[in-house]
Design a protein around this ligand. Structure first.
Ligand code: HEM
Length: 416
């Protein structure tokens, strides 16, 4: 049983509770509490998504390289989860020692995972020329996790004064960019490269585009990290152009083979995967207006609030489709795994994003719009949470049945 997925299922529920609490707080029904701003985002990013990726990546590479299923690495699981729990205590009370300890443990867990993935080698030597139909997600995973290491250092140091001696001009933005344009963008791209042939039952439109997409996205992310680090558009603008071009090329690679295939578009999962990318592009579309200082564009309001729509609209929605798919493979291996999500979740998660952005521009109704955004996001999580727990419960019941029948065989005395 994959213990990371059990933690993922728990953090999906915590994200739901965080969204409901934020809604009730915005409606001033519940009082605000310190740390809510951190928790409502990191239950998703550091909780649900990071746990799922730590549980999935070694298994995925083992399948790809025809290696036996890797055993659970207790050192990685313990350092990640101990680090996460210490941060959940330390961040809301802004305790520097706990933040340092928690961040360091998550950093160690990530280094151990990178080393584990690097040491995995294909069982039989693959000829790079012959098999281009299925790209290789590993470079995406290792580079993505390396950006996560940078995101952890900057995030841990945000309230420890590290940004001063690291000479970082806009540390929160460097943290967000390293973790979203670096870590998750690259890992999500690697997952699309590795998994698309499995659930779409066809190759990507241009398999040879995988390597240029990898380099454009990796170098683009570097520009988007160095930009706010030195407040220089000489890094941000080329970084943005490279990363956006790579993301659009990746999406076209996914969409083109499905064009005209009504059956493929009849499941909400593919719509979650593709349309979720609108919410990582939304800040990009308004960025030039902020940089040019166009009147009526609340640059500060967008920087303050847009990350929430990025995390719920892109990161979590991408998870709506892929988390249930992973859970099927982990807990119900006989069942035909399918992408998760629902039409209800699709509608409510996008409406949530629209209400969040509206709350940035229509300031007189800011809290009611902000609260409603979180009501809609909470509603969008419910069907996915129910689906994930249904898979976990069925899978665990199956496991218990197998175990008890094995025990019965053991204790029943040999009659013949
Ligand atoms: C050890 C890991 C991490 C630590 C220590 C950390 C720490 C922090 C801190 C201290 C803040 C500022 C919160 C505030 O202003 O109230 C923050 C904000 C943020 N972090 Fe992290 N973080 C971590 C991992 C991540 C990851 C993996 C992601 C995304 C993939 C992420 C995305 C964000 C976002 C989007 C914000 C802005 C939240 C907002 O303004 O609403 N963080 N983080």
């Amino acid at each position: 049983m994959n213990l990371y997925f059990l933690m993922t299922a728990l953090y999906v529920i915590m994200a739901l509770i965080g969204a409901v609490d934020t809604a009730l707080t915005s409606y001033t029904i519940l009082p605000w509490f310190n740390g809510l701003r951190w928790l409502r985002v990191h239950f998703i990013t550091l909780g649900a998504m990071t746990e799922a990726l730590f549980g999935l990546l070694p298994v995925l590479l083992a399948i790809r390289f025809s290696l036996p299923r890797p055993k659970l690495r207790w050192d990685i699981w313990l350092t990640l989860n101990a680090g996460l729990l210490i941060l959940l205590v330390g961040i809301p009370i802004v305790n520097q020692a706990l933040i340092f300890a928690g961040g360091t443990l998550v950093f160690v867990a990530t280094v151990l995972l990178i080393l584990q993935l690097q040491q995995m080698r294909p069982a039989e030597r693959r000829s790079s020329v012959a098999d281009t139909s299925t790209g290789d997600g590993r470079p995406f995973y290792i580079t993505g996790l390396s950006y996560f290491l940078l995101g952890i250092i900057v995030g841990t140091g945000l309230w420890l004064g590290w940004s001063d001696w690291l000479q970082i001009k806009v540390p929160v933005e460097v943290h967000i960019h390293a973790n979203n344009w670096g870590f998750l963008s690259l890992i999500f791209a690697g997952l699309l490269v590795d998994l698309y042939p499995m659930w779409a039952k066809r190759p990507l439109a241009w398999p040879r585009a995988v390597t240029p997409i990898f380099w454009m996205m990796s170098i683009g992310a570097l520009g988007l990290v160095l930009g706010p680090w030195f407040t220089s558009n000489w890094f941000s603008v080329p970084g943005l152009v490279l990363h956006l071009a790579a993301t659009l090329w990746l999406l076209l690679n996914v969409i083109k083979p499905l064009l005209g295939d009504r059956e493929a578009w009849s499941q909400p999962g593919i719509w979650h995967l593709v349309t979720s990318y609108f919410w990582i592009m939304a800040p990009v579309l308004v960025a030039p207006l902020i940089i040019l200082g166009v009147p009526g564009f609340p640059g500060a309001g967008i920087e303050q609030n847009a990350p929430q729509a990025l995390i719920y609209g892109w990161v979590f929605q991408f998870g709506y489709a892929l988390l249930p798919y992973f859970f099927y493979r982990a807990f119900l291996p006989e069942a035909q795994p399918q992408l998760g999500g629902s039409w209800f979740s699709l509608m409510t998660v996008h409406l949530g994003g629209i209400f969040l952005w509206a709350s940035i521009f229509i300031t007189e109704y800011q809290s009611i719009l902000h609260g409603t955004a979180y009501v809609l996001w909470a509603a969008s999580i419910v069907p996915v949470a129910i689906d994930i727990w249904r898979i976990v419960r069925t899978g665990l019941a199956r496991l218990e049945a197998v175990e008890s029948s094995a025990q019965l065989v053991e204790i029943r005395p040999q009659t013949d």
